[in-house]
Design a protein around this ligand. Structure first.
Ligand code: HSE
Length: 439
């Protein structure tokens, strides 16, 4: 290999994704060079704890603790940040950009919080940021949004973008597993974040919809404006009852264009069992994107894990080394540092179908009182299910036609105050297949 042509790479962090990236870059170095013509060389791994890398058989001479020495090496063109978290990762990324190195990252939290600032810094130093691995693991969804779908005005984007949650919901749905056991198996499979709270509270999906939505609509979405509900409060009873009614529960991240602005949300929702996203199970992720010219496109694959995410990291390295990303970074106008704040649909204006569950005392007139309140708030019922119970407290499940979410919240507040209604009512969206329209 010609020393002058080497494209030096430094990897910061050698955990699950870092380990997979190190293996892909070293074990497949010749294959990558043959396929791309690029002499990609992993020169340093910056890490204090080498145990994972050692276990993977990665050469000891790659390890380096002195980050300043790495950044001072002119052969290093690109730094891969895979330590995760916000504070140290931000410092290390900032230093890399200031040193004139391109950065590739899988850190969706960092980009969702500080994307505009980091992109502006990269632009100032004439380098770019690759972030394919930040959304959907190995699925090339960022490439689709920033390349393959460029001719489209995006109308809607629906994603199952958290492998941990999808694994948990699948285990609960298909095997009737408890939430706790399903979470343990997701962690054992290496899907969950270091702190799984980010996964199960929906925050990880919120990070991803912030990133994908901003690109899709050329508008800056602020993370704190995305309404987020996780799967940590989901009840197995609702999963099972939804299933009896023909629905599958998924954690959906949604960014949908409406006449009054962008409707954003992350929440567990029911999909009809024939909905294309209902079949995405286990660790798999999928993103459905609807464009005015192309219609419905769907991207599916492993959304987490060592080697699938490393596949996205290495694709970014290649696109930067080829000059494709630097060119796109200079020319295209939708990067987070260049766009204006998103106009959002006021909360409460969103129209959806709903699944409602009330725990009620089995008394004469209960259903009549509940349905009167629903009707007063313009909510029409499509189905109702009440099961005989051995105790006085029984579940009453209803599904609705399209209703405004604000009306539903108002109605639920009123219903919750009825004497015969126990506990807080449960409401979950029923998301129907988006009507594809190709112009
Ligand atoms: N914890 C994430 C997930 C990893 O479960 O999908 C990929 O971002």
């Amino acid at each position: 290999m010609n020393q002058k042509e080497r494209f030096g790479i430094a990897l910061v962090g050698c955990g699950i994704v870092g380990g997979g990236t190190a293996r892909l870059l070293t074990e497949d170095q010749n294959f990558l060079q043959e396929r791309t013509g690029l002499p990609l060389v992993l020169k340093y791994i910056v890490e204090r704890d080498y145990s994972n890398a050692r276990a993977l058989g990665i050469k000891e001479d790659l390890f380096e603790e002195d980050y300043n020495k790495v950044l001072a090496d002119p052969e290093i063109k690109l730094v891969v940040e895979l330590i995760g978290g916000l504070t140290i990762a931000k410092k290390m990324m900032t230093k890399a950009l200031e040193a004139g190195k391109h950065v590739v990252t899988a850190n969706k939290a960092l980009l969702a919080h500080y994307g505009p600032e980091l992109f502006a810094l990269a632009r100032k130093h004439n380098v770019c940021i690759g972030f394919e691995a930040s959304c959907g693991g190995g699925i090339p969804i960022i490439k689709a949004l920033t390349d393959g779908l460029l001719a489209n005005r995006i109308e809607a984007l629906f994603g199952i973008v958290n492998g941990t949650c999808n694994h948990i919901l699948t285990e609960m749905t298909e095997k009737g597993q408890s939430y706790k056991n399903a979470l343990k198996s997701a962690q054992a499979a290496g899907l969950a974040e270091a702190d799984p709270t980010l996964d199960v509270t929906g925050m990880d999906s919120a990070h991803k919809i912030t990133i994908m939505g901003s690109l899709a609509y050329s508008e800056k979405i602020s993370l704190e404006t995305v309404p987020v509900q996780g799967i940590d409060t989901v009840d197995l009873y609702d999963i099972k009852t939804g299933q009896e009614l023909g629905y599958i529960m998924k954690l959906l991240a949604i960014a949908q264009k409406t006449d009054k602005g962008l409707a954003l949300s992350v929440a567990p929702a029911f999909l009809h069992k024939n909905h294309p996203l209902a079949r995405i199970s286990g660790a798999f992720n999928a993103v459905s994107v609807y464009g005015h010219a192309v219609g419905h496109t769907m991207y599916m694959g492993r959304g987490a894990g060592s080697s699938p995410t490393a596949s996205a990291v290495v694709a970014d390295i290649i696109a930067i080394a080829l000059g494709v990303t630097p060119q796109a970074f200079k020319t295209l106008t939708f990067w987070p540092d260049l766009t204006a704040d998103a106009v959002q649909l006021p909360q409460g204006e969103l129209e959806s179908r709903f699944y409602l569950r009330f725990m009620v005392q089995d008394r004469q007139g209960t259903i009549a009182r509940i349905s009167t309140i629903l009707s007063k708030h313009s909510i029409s019922i499509t189905s109702m299910l009440q099961q005989e119970g051995e105790t006085d407290s029984i579940p009453l499940v209803m599904t609705t036609h399209l209703a405004k979410s604000g009306n539903v919240q108002e109605a639920l507040k009123e219903i919750a105050s009825l004497e015969e209604v126990e506990n807080k009512p449960v409401s979950l969206r029923i998301v129907e297949e988006y009507p594809e329209s190709v112009s």
